[in-house]
Design a protein around this ligand. Structure first.
Ligand code: HDE
Length: 767
């Protein structure tokens, strides 16, 4: 038995023996012990996790031979020379010049000078995690891919989430598309599913990618603005390129400001192909569905978060994994018959189109769990090199011209970014499947290829490595004919019908957000003709939307057909999207809202708070696996009216409502009186209210709600409900009497699970 497993068993026995001993009474609010950061944990390739632990992650284990645990080591140079002094350079005299002879100094500074590699030209800002994928049922009728036919396999994955536009140090919560790139380390080699959190793209042909990216990136003269689409060049481009209309709607929607990377859908975007062992092929679209549902921030909140916590998303992902709240996503497929490329009223090769789920439902085929943070951001997250061309037998590409361009770009970009052709040897990029070929040499080659024959065929090396035959990757049989042309297919010319479908599918609140986002962005465009041209596009999508935006940006909606520059594909006739005029899946309104797990709740208290109320509501929140933080005027112990003190996690000055999903204020006359004096506390509540968050107040704290001017208009408002002496008014939950606490706790949890309460009238609320 290996020593680690034995130690774990002893530990389990001790834990069982301890069960017989009397347990000390719990303090009113029990806190889980603070997790040890992953970086401090000894590496265990088979960590105990959950009921069916221990489970292993082969890829994480394979990284072990590259890890360096320098504990107890002596400081050395890169050559292994022990170093006795590293704080002063070697000088001629204590006040004299430094000497070239100081090899340690030169090595240290040279290494520092060369620490940076080029950031990704797009998707530079990212965060990653390890995990695994498990299949629900074999799919032999669809594909011969081994990992999609073996339900016993626990395929290791590495996922990198990203924003597209900003540079490496930009804020997480900007309005942008999110990258959702997954590598499956399968027995047949790496399969990379390099997708986004939106199912379509701005352009139809990859040759325009540099144009759209130059337009959205900071402007070349002054490198302003960072990580924003709200500037002239972006809107200039999209207003001249109507094929972008559908994607522009997604980017202006709430999808572009996700609440969490754990609450975000993923899409392969292009139509791919799956090939069964029989040779039969189908067309597929890939989907990732977060188990917690997809949820978003509010734009005002997203902007404030960019300042209060620019690492909001990566911190959220990191902390969730460290505390065992592992993000989970289901993999789904939409399967279309080969030959049905034009059946649905649009072209499946056109990446500006999605397949409405009313036409082709999503079949869920497996689940991915992210359960381990990386140990070195640089080694793993920065150096991971995804490539759309990393396919396995049974999964292939189609002729989508955006996809085809990507097949070139990813390998090309890695050559520069990772310094040469051997980036596949970087630990995070190594497949678990064995590698054997005659490729050799080049910068940063680690492998020592042994033998004389570095060519195929050979007899000297016994013919090695051998061809895989039927087990290898064999391209589908497909006849390709055609004349040389740069023309766009006629089937790609319907630029507006799916943009209209998207807008028609939004809930009233989402539509309002869309109008606000467009008004914000176009309001920042300084050139009037661009704003006007964009309104012409919006009019084609939805005249009501165009009129609403026009009213906000002071430019009339133009009349007449949309004009496009020469060489740009003009809009063609609208398709009918197979008769689908609104699609449920396109609205966040219909996402799962049944859990408060991992939601962050602020409990606002000061000395003299009602300890019993705090403990009651806290217990209910923790039961639902929410995370509660105590926010108080000062750090240190906060004393209740009676009972044990609580330790404050944050001060009102250091915290902000935008960092939380909901707020609870227990009563206690002294505590509430203190909070009433605090502008920060009042602002905290007003801002949370404005952002549609659940708020609960008990006992005297109801007065704080009234003071913050949330009560008078809302407590008696239309739609308010009274249950067991608890008033529930669009997510604002209040009760004065102690007897109502259980009902208040329950109603508060229900309100948090709803995510946001858009029905509130918040226009007049300051924040
Ligand atoms: Fe990418 N894209 N892309 N892209 N992309 C890159 O590759 C490119 C596109 C996506 O976390 C780059 O390694 C072209 C669509 C993700 O490391 C680069 C075109 C989709 C990531 C590149 C597209 C994506 C990238 C930059 C148009 C969604 C981050 C660094 C033909 C399906 C991967 C790198 C990571 C990264 C090129 C369009 C997703 C330059 C030419 C559509 C998630 O190669």
């Amino acid at each position: 038995m290996n020593a680690r497993v034995a130690a774990r068993r002893v530990h389990r026995k001790q834990a069982m023996a301890n069960n017989d001993k009397p347990v000390p009474p719990p303090t009113p609010i029990e806190r889980p012990p603070a997790p040890r950061p992953a970086s401090e944990q000894p590496f265990d390739p088979m960590p105990a996790r959950g009921p069916d632990a221990p489970e292993s992650n082969e890829k994480v284990a394979a990284l072990e031979s590259f890890r360096d645990h320098p504990r107890g080591a002596v400081l050395t140079t890169d050559q292994g020379l022990p170093i006795a002094h590293t704080d002063d350079t070697l000088k001629a005299g204590v006040r004299g010049p430094s000497l070239l002879e100081d090899a340690h100094f030169r090595e240290k500074i040279t290494k520092f000078d060369h620490e940076r590699i080029p950031e990704r030209v797009v998707h530079a800002r990212g965060a990653g995690a390890h995990g695994y994928f498990r299949l629900y049922e074999p799919l032999p009728e669809l594909t011969r891919a081994a990992f999609l036919n073996d339900t016993s396999a626990r395929t290791p994955v590495f996922v990198r989430f990203s924003t597209v536009v900003g540079s490496r140090g930009s804020a997480d919560t900007v309005r942008d598309v999110r990258g959702f790139a997954t590598r499956f380390y399968t027995r047949e080699g790496n399969f990379d599913l390099v997708g986004n959190n939106m199912p379509v793209f701005f352009i139809q042909d990859g040759i325009k990618f540099p144009d759209v990216i130059h337009a959205v990136k900071p402007e070349p003269a002054n490198e302003i603005p960072q990580a924003q689409s709200a500037h002239d060049t972006f809107w200039d481009f999209v207003s001249l390129v109507p094929e972008s209309a559908h994607m522009v709607m997604w980017v202006m929607s709430d999808r572009a400001i996700p609440r969490s990377l754990r609450m975000m859908e993923g899409f392969g975007v292009h139509t791919f192909r799956m090939i069964a062992a029989s040779g039969a092929s189908v067309l597929v679209k890939f989907h990732w569905r977060p188990v917690l549902g997809a949820h978003s921030l509010v734009w005002d909140e997203a902007q404030k978060l960019a300042g209060k916590d620019p690492d909001f998303h990566r911190r959220d992902l990191w902390n969730a994994i460290e505390t065992g709240a592992f993000p989970e996503y289901e993999l789904g497929l939409q399967v279309m018959a080969e030959g049905d490329e034009l059946r649905y009223g649009f072209d499946l090769l056109d990446p500006t189109k999605l397949v409405p789920e009313e036409l082709v439902p999503v079949r869920r085929i497996g689940r991915m769990v992210l359960d381990r943070n990386p140990q070195s951001f640089f080694a793993e997250v920065e150096q991971v090199a995804f490539h759309l061309g990393n396919l396995v037998p049974g999964i292939e590409v189609t002729d989508d011209p955006l996809l085809q361009a990507r097949l070139f770009s990813y390998l090309d970009t890695q050559l520069l970014r990772l310094g040469g052709p051997n980036f596949h040897e970087i630990p995070i990029n190594r497949p678990l499947a064995p590698v054997a070929n005659h490729q050799q040499d080049g910068f940063h080659r680690d492998t020592i290829n042994v033998g004389t024959a570095s060519y195929h065929p050979n007899s000297i090396g016994s013919g090695c490595p051998f061809l895989a035959g039927g087990a290898g990757f064999v391209h589908r049989r497909e006849a390709v004919h055609g004349e040389l042309t740069r023309r766009r297919s006629e089937s790609f010319r319907d630029h507006f019908s799916q943009a209209t479908l998207f807008v028609a599918s939004q809930s009233p609140a989402e539509r309002r957000h869309l109008i606000e986002a467009l008004s914000f962005e176009l309001g920042k465009v300084t050139r009037k003709p661009i704003r006007e041209r964009m309104l012409g596009i919006l009019r084609e999508i939805d005249p009501g939307l165009a009129a609403a935006v026009s009213a906000n940006i002071g430019v009339p909606v133009p009349t007449g057909p949309v004009q496009v520059p020469e060489g740009t594909s003009p809009p063609g006739p609208r398709g009918d999207n197979g008769g689908v005029v609104a699609s449920r899946a396109l609205s966040l309104e219909h996402q799962p809202r049944d859990s408060i797990a991992t939601r962050k709740i602020a409990m606002l208290v000061a000395d003299g708070f009602d300890g019993a109320a705090a403990a009651r509501v806290h217990a209910e929140l923790v039961r639902g696996r929410a995370i509660v933080e105590v926010v108080a005027p000062v750090l240190g112990p906060v004393t209740p009216e009676s009972g044990a003190a609580l330790e404050a996690d944050k001060t009102l000055a250091a915290a902000a409502s935008v960092l939380y999903d909901a707020v609870f204020v227990p009563g206690g006359a002294a505590s509430v009186a203190r909070l009433e004096q605090s502008g920060d506390a009042v602002h905290f509540l007003q801002e949370a209210f404005k952002h549609g968050k659940a708020i609960a107040a008990a006992g005297e704290a109801v007065e704080l709600i009234v003071l913050a001017e949330l009560g008078e208009s809302v407590l008696a408002g239309e739609g308010a409900e009274v249950r067991d002496d608890v008033i529930v008014d669009h997510g604002l939950v209040t009760a004065r009497g102690a007897a109502a606490l259980p009902a208040l706790a329950e109603a508060f949890c229900e309100a948090i699970a709803q995510h946001r309460h858009w029905q509130r009238n918040v226009d007049a609320v300051p924040a």
